[in-house]
Structure formats: C-alpha cells, structure tokens
Design a protein around this ligand. Structure first.
Ligand code: SF4
Length: 219
C-alpha cells in the first residue's frame, strides 16, 4: 500500500472514531496489565465479565497476592486457560511488589520479563496506558495488515515492524485500536464486510465481498 493510501486509510478510520479505546475494562495500569494477560486467546467481553467483580476487590499487586491463586481462579474460571493465567497473575504481582515497588514498569524489557507477558501484551500496556507508539499485533491486526497490503508479513513481529515503518505520525498512537476495531467489526476473519468498508478502495485484498450475502446482485 502506498504511503499516501496508508495516510488516507487512517484518516478515514480516525474520522469515524476520533478517540479509539481498548474494549477491556480497567481502572488503573495494573488492572489493565492483568486484563490483557487474561485476554490471551479469549474475548474482551468474556474478560470484562470476569474482571468486573475481581477489580472491585483487587486494585493493586499486593491486594492480588492477598486474594491468592485459588480465589483468583474462582473469579476467572469462565476464561480459557484460567489455571495458568491465575498462576501468572499471582507470580507477576509478586515481582511487581518485589522489584518495582508495586508499580507497572513503563518499558518493554521489564514488562516482557513478567510471567505471562509477551511482546504483544507489553505493547498494549505501553500504548493504552502510556500513549506509546507501539503496535500490538493480534489476530485482527495481523489479518487486516496482510489483507489490505498495509504491512504484509508471515509473523506478528514482521507485521509489527512493517507498521513501525508505515504508520504516519498523526496516527501512530491510535493505529493499534483502529486496526483492531476494524478487524473485529468489519474486516472479519470468515467474511470481511467489504460492502460497508470505509477503506475498500485502498485495500488490495483480492477476495473482497462486495455484496452483502442475501442481497441479489444487480443485473
Ligand atoms: S475491503 Fe474488505 S478486506 Fe479490505 S479492509 Fe475492507 S473489509 Fe477488509
């Protein structure tokens, strides 16, 4: 995708949604970190259902440690992989208490040193909590970037590095959210809704779905 088209792509998404936010619910950076760790291979809606009650009770790493692994599992048992996620959340809370004074560090290396925190999770926290120009490539962003031709790559890291190069200045902080929301609600995995896509003319996907299923094509 040409530079001018990438600019226009984000300009249109920004026009529709000027202040994009994560759909995960949280009250502080620590809760955001926990929510992102819990969201791996799970939906934001499912995570929010489980964390509403949890986050009323637990706002800091020390409160999480006091809650304990078994109680935490009770709260999050509706989320996939809850056993290993509970273990990681307790372990990362202990490290935050021991090594970071109970605060969530604002650099990628310290974040990825925490149990259950990979590059994608660190990028989400840096972007959503600290306004960093990071591109957390999840399944939606990976798909949108490859389909549209904005940043093609065989791995999430390759796509992330492509976005680093391609996304223009005014859109670097919001790009992550715009791309996720676009992938989640329009450029869907099984059937992209190209017939109502605001960037259809900029996208190079060959198998566009230009007629809404069920509608008869005009003769
Ligand atoms: S035109 Fe279709 S494939 Fe391209 S970005 Fe829009 S929804 Fe996705």
């Amino acid at each position: 995708m040409k530079k001018a088209d990438v600019f226009e792509f984000f300009r249109r998404l920004a026009e529709e949604n000027p202040d994009p936010q994560t759909e995960l619910e949280y009250g502080n950076v620590y809760q955001l970190l926990v929510a992102v760790v819990l969201s791996a291979q799970s939906t934001d809606v499912g995570v929010n259902k489980a964390t509403r009650a949890l986050f009323r009770e637990v706002k800091t790493p020390s409160e999480m440690i006091a809650l304990g692994e078994e109680e935490l599992k009770e709260h999050i048992k509706t989320i996939g992989l809850f056993n290993s996620k509970a273990k990681n959340v307790i372990a990362l809370s202990e490290i935050l208490e021991r090594e970071h004074g109970g605060e969530v560090p604002a650099d990628r290396d310290s974040l990825t040193a925490l149990p259950g925190v990979g590059r994608k999770t660190a990028n989400v926290v840096l972007n959503s909590a600290h306004g960093a120009e990071t591109f957390a490539v999840d399944t939606h962003i990976f798909r949108v970037c490859n389909r549209t031709g904005m940043a093609k790559g065989k791995t999430p890291l390759a796509v992330e590095l492509g976005l680093e190069k391609k996304v223009p200045g005014p859109f670097r902080v919001g790009a992550h959210h715009w791309l996720i929301l676009h992938g989640r609600y329009i450029c869907k995995a099984r059937m992209p809704e190209c017939w109502r896509c605001p960037v259809v003319d900029l996208c190079s996907f060959k198998a566009k779905v230009l007629e809404k299923p069920g509608r008869k094509a005009k003769s």
